[in-house]
Design a protein around this ligand. Sequence first.
Ligand SMILES: Nc1ncnc2c1ncn2[C@@H]1O[C@H](COP(=O)(O)OP(=O)(O)OP(=O)(O)O)[C@@H](O)[C@H]1O
Ligand SMILES: [Mg+2]
Length: 261
Amino acid sequence: MPEAAAISPRAVAAVPPRSVSGERGVLPIVGQGLAVRRGGRTLIDGIDIAFEGHGLTVVLGANGAGKSLLLRLLAGLVQPDGGAVTWAGSAPDRSRALGVGFVFQRPVMLRRTAIANVRYALKAAGVPRGERDAIAQRALQDAGLGALADWPARLLSGGEQQRVALARALAPAPQALLLDEPTSNLDPASTLAIENLVCGARKAGTRIVHVTHDLGQARRLADEVVFMHAGRIVERAPAASFFDAPSSGRAQAFLEGRIVL
Ligand SMILES: Nc1ncnc2c1ncn2[C@@H]1O[C@H](COP(=O)(O)OP(=O)(O)OP(=O)(O)O)[C@@H](O)[C@H]1O
Ligand SMILES: [Mg+2]
């Protein structure tokens, strides 16, 4: 198998944001009174949150806090049992789905080549056929995967698949990008390069919500932090003040590595 090239540290900002969703955007993304209950457990417990404008929000919290579930709710992939999500004031709908890029904790690759995975996302976003290949090539190159573009995506390593997933999410230049631990399987160099891609998207104006357990990464990337515990948002604060002195005891314990069950 050819080796993946080092990821280009060049940011993706050179690809101008396009409106994949026509006239109707997705921002602000708002969740009001969100609740999810399963099997007698309350997994999301009355969350009110809004994401608008620019910037990058890091979501922190222990395993099982509800971070992935919150992202899925905001993406319109899970229906809440209580409350509602809106994109730019109306319910999430398929026609705008590609305005919200999503990178899952465990990426799912279509049974085709890496570049065909990216082209598929561009097709779904309504990008004309003649433009898809160049944009897809560029997105994979930016993710350091130019040499693996024609490799079956499902045969790529876990970290390479995460990079394809990020390239696939970024290629249509979404207005919002929801990232669920996008570097959890990556080596340190690839992690930094992915962070550069994410920074480039933020500079290009993409609103980013980024779940991570990597506190170094959180400090490097976050404009603000949302801290979750047991299906609730305990704290939302600018990154500097959160990392300096979180206002809740739970967040403080989390940052110190103490168990917060
Ligand atoms: N579809 C589902 N059905 C039942 N329980 C679920 C479902 N999705 C999530 N859960 C439960 O909800 C809780 C929150 O899950 P979630 O995946 O959001 O956690 P997380 O904060 O992302 O954790 P991690 O850091 O481990 O990824 C967990 O206890 C999980 O078992
Ligand atoms: Mg998760």
